[in-house]
Design a protein around this ligand. Sequence first.
Ligand code: ATP
Length: 248
Amino acid sequence: MKPVIEARGLGVEFYRSRRRKRSLREMVFKGHTGAPIDTFWALKDVSFDVRPGEAVGIVGANGGGKSTLLKMIAGVLIPDEGRVTVRGGVAPLIELTGGFLGELTARDNVYLAAGLHGLRKRDIDERYDEIVDFAGPQVAAAMDMPFRHFSSGMQVRLAFALITTLDEPIVLVDEVLAVGDRAFRERCYVRMENMLSGGRTLFLVSHSEGDLRRFAERGLYLSSGSLIADGPIDEVISQYNADADAAS
Ligand SMILES: Nc1ncnc2c1ncn2[C@@H]1O[C@H](COP(=O)(O)OP(=O)(O)OP(=O)(O)O)[C@@H](O)[C@H]1O
């Protein structure tokens, strides 16, 4: 079976400072103006394959490139080098707000976001109560409020409930579980286990070893944008911990 994700030589270059805009001359003659442009590679030469149904945990220190990698898989960031091929739809929970629009009501956001993932209004009507029930009574009572009035915990609850109700075969979860309270986290865990046993492919970014060991069988360890290790999650976590201990 073909991999669902193929990353080959992925690289992303960012500007270190937004203090100054690039001039037209710099855009045209990048690197030949004499004035150095202060950039860095948030990801550099990252290659891996992911098979359908794999559960991959991404580990690494702050700023290592984990979220940037997820954004490329989600298609919201385009690589500056290399390529990523994704076979199948992606349900990304990569920002606290799940990409929802603050001015719209929570209800309208559910219809808009689910519609963007290919669900028809009829399908959303059928799943609406389940989504809101999963998110909990506080969220259910606030569905007609603008989304920006939601607390961060409420935002995550609704976004997680929606994203995991979609039919997309690839699910990306970026460190959002930490925001929910304990009871909600437990419900999320059960849902993630169900998604995995249903054959979905999961990418999980987390600083919680417990969560990583529980859900991921394989780990990718990113440090300063480079893929340092790719292997069984326990080995990858040990390597990351050893590096962190050596650095402290
Ligand atoms: N749009 C952007 N413009 C410039 N720099 C950026 C941008 N987005 C991310 N970065 C930088 O790229 C690097 C990698 O960021 P990224 O968010 O991928 O790290 P991370 O591994 O997810 O970190 P954390 O564990 O703190 O969430 C960081 O140095 C970050 O400041």
